[in-house]
Design a binder for this molecule. Structure first.
Ligand code: BEZ
Length: 204
């Protein structure tokens, strides 16, 4: 079987090894949130950072404390990212790489990936089944909802072996802006603005 991996976080700007083809597209019924604690990437065990995870929208909305009942999927519940086809010769190696990278914080699922026709009128399925790593509420690293000012403060202050937490957010927001200029992602861009506001306040 052909092996596709769907990237929605750092995989958007740092593809997995042995990717031989890529297709932009979206996954339906999910939200992308900075709801995952990071102790070995953009934070430390003493001062964890925050990285993105994709969560089933039916599980997420009521966690935000609004009036949306559990089980609801809203029209805007889809996440754009990049599906990568992995060289068949290296499939086992990349499966092991993904499993090692994500096993503590995410669980593996398979989903179809969609895009829009060139005229923007129609939805087309671009990948039948891609591997996606999803945050489940019972994953040890799952943080859940945090108010934006709290989340922005954490991201603005934390750093880990892979660098500053805020640089991860800025890179993701920049990539989404450039790759998908037609996509509205209020959550991502509001968080970016909130962290930038703290950043400029702290400068010099
Ligand atoms: C990603 O960067 O796309 C990604 C994030 C978490 C788990 C798997 C992939």
């Amino acid at each position: 079987m052909v092996y596709w991996v769907f990237g929605y976080g750092s995989l958007i700007f740092k593809p997995p090894p042995h990717a031989v083809e890529q297709k932009s597209g979206y996954v339906k019924g999910v939200v992308r949130r900075f709801a995952q604690s990071s102790i070995d990437h953009r934070g430390t065990p003493e001062a964890p950072g925050r990285v993105v995870t994709v969560i089933d929208a039916r599980e997420w909305h009521h966690l935000e404390g609004n009036d949306i009942p559990e089980g609801t999927i809203l029209p805007e519940d889809f996440v754009w990212g990049v599906a990568y086809r992995i060289d068949q010769e290296h499939e086992e190696e990349v499966r092991a790489y993904m499993e090692h990278r994500e096993k503590n914080g995410y669980t593996c699922h398979f989903v179809p990936v969609y895009s829009t026709s060139p005229d923007g009128e129609e939805e087309v399925k671009v990948v039948e089944s891609a591997e996606i790593w999803i945050g489940k509420l019972d994953n040890p690293a799952f943080i859940g909802h945090e108010p934006i000012h709290e989340l922005a403060k954490t991201i603005s202050e934390r750093r880990g072996p892979s660098g500053l937490n805020k640089d991860y957010l800025y890179k993701l927001a920049d990539s989404v802006r450039h790759l998908y200029p037609h996509v509205r992602d209020d959550y991502l861009f509001q968080l970016e603005a909130a962290v930038k506001a703290l950043d400029s306040r702290d400068w010099p």
